[in-house]
Ligand binder design. Sequence first.
Ligand SMILES: *Cc1c(COP(=O)(O)O)cnc(C)c1O
Length: 529
Amino acid sequence: MSTREIVLSPEVLAQALNTAHPQHAASLKALQMSASHGLCALIPTGCADCLNHLLESSGADAPGLLKLADLPLKISWMATLCPDDPESWIAQPGVWRHQVLAALQQTGSEARLLTRDSHFLKHEPAALTPEDFCNSLATESHPPVPLEFIDLKAQQDRLRPALERRVAKVLRHGRYILGPEVAELEKALAAFTGVSQAIGFSNGTDALLAALMALDVGPGDAVLTTSFSFFATAETIAQVGAVPVFLDICADTWNLDPNTLETAIERFRQNSPGLCLRGLVTVDLFGQPCDYERILPILEKAQLWLLQDGAQAFGALWQGSRVPTQGLIGCTSFFPAKPLGAYGDAGAVFTEDAALADKLRSIRVHGQSGDDKYNNLRIGLNARIDTLQAAILLEKLAIYEEEISLRGEVACAYFGDLMDLNEQAGETILRLPTILPGTTSVWAQFVIEVPHRDQVQAALRADGIPTAVYYGKPMHLLEAMRPFGGKPGDCPKAEAAARRVLALPFHPYLSAEDRRRIVNSLRRALLNP
Ligand SMILES: *Cc1c(COP(=O)(O)O)cnc(C)c1O
């Protein structure tokens, strides 16, 4: 069984809850076995009436009834599911059957239906009794469920009713473009970061592009940035016609090295008199803020602005303030796999500068004027955040602070598991991330450095453990950046990191059991290569 979900018919749930029912033990056992195989049980909310009726009519006395929370299995309630043909259920008995079938349709072809209903058992190929289900789990071979690199499902199971309510509300009011959820999200984002202006964008890349446009960066300009980041950081600088100037990183944090910044600025101004150096785009890589304590004074002295690419570090703390609020403008991405992710593309821009915020809002909608939408003031973009994505993000933002803590706990546990291999006795077997004092990471990725990365990655893959490499090539060496003249040796620390970094599976709901599986496989690969 490769599915991770089962649909529970209400009579099976009623039996599992009712200790007096003759089939209680068998039904409960099926739920226990589902849980131990990592499955999640779905039940349509539309079956609640039927469930209540079964519990009442079974004559069970209240003390014999278990609570849902007593069940060993995680139950996820699904929204009420309407059939295509309402005539088929109005005034008919067994409406709950439609709900169960509609739930089954949503879960894909491999999901099974746990039921004792004779109609289902006769007509529905996915249906099986709790006893048959237990037998199949016990006898068929079930390869371990492959680990997810980032498991977005676990969070969705937790938030499903709230997400479904939010989405349904948008479908009902129909204001898909800049609907009320966008303003509500912008307010919540501003409150979360403590900054006065938060503006939703279509994605993190458009957010960066709009920020550069708002800063009037264009041909004849140059912008400093790190060489070790996702392509969009430098791509957007080139998109507006400016020249990206790549700087090296610190070997231990993988973030821009402040030591190189001052000399880089002086050298650039001496050697490139035809270009105007405008500012610096920092990246808070893998979730950790850069060393702004040293970066900010250097920029101030050189009269350069800071644009922050906080796509991986939204909400991380630097000296008590949230990323990305350390610069003149900060950007983030809500790409699904980022620490705070939507169910599609989305992003945001943050600033304390009200005039820049007005300009950004105008750029977001074709350079429109605030008063007259057919009076375009400037060349802009079509880069609004979707109302639907804003609605989803509102529910996810509500638990984000707690998820940041969970991320910290998972990272801490990884540290505990791997600490003994970290640069022990002069011999480096692996290198764990370094977090600067005064900062916290939101752990967009849990990245380590290993020797012989390809072999380690292959060994983990053979054990069903996915890993990823961020980034295999520093940006100054990418083909697309060739016009800017980067060559090997320009950023030696970024080039060395690119050969050794390896991201392990990571998400706030990573279980201790899965983490042990990852760590054991990694230790085998490193210690007995
Ligand atoms: C993801 C990411 C982006 C781009 O964000 P999108 O929402 O995918 O456009 C930009 N910069 C960095 C550092 C990123 O990690």
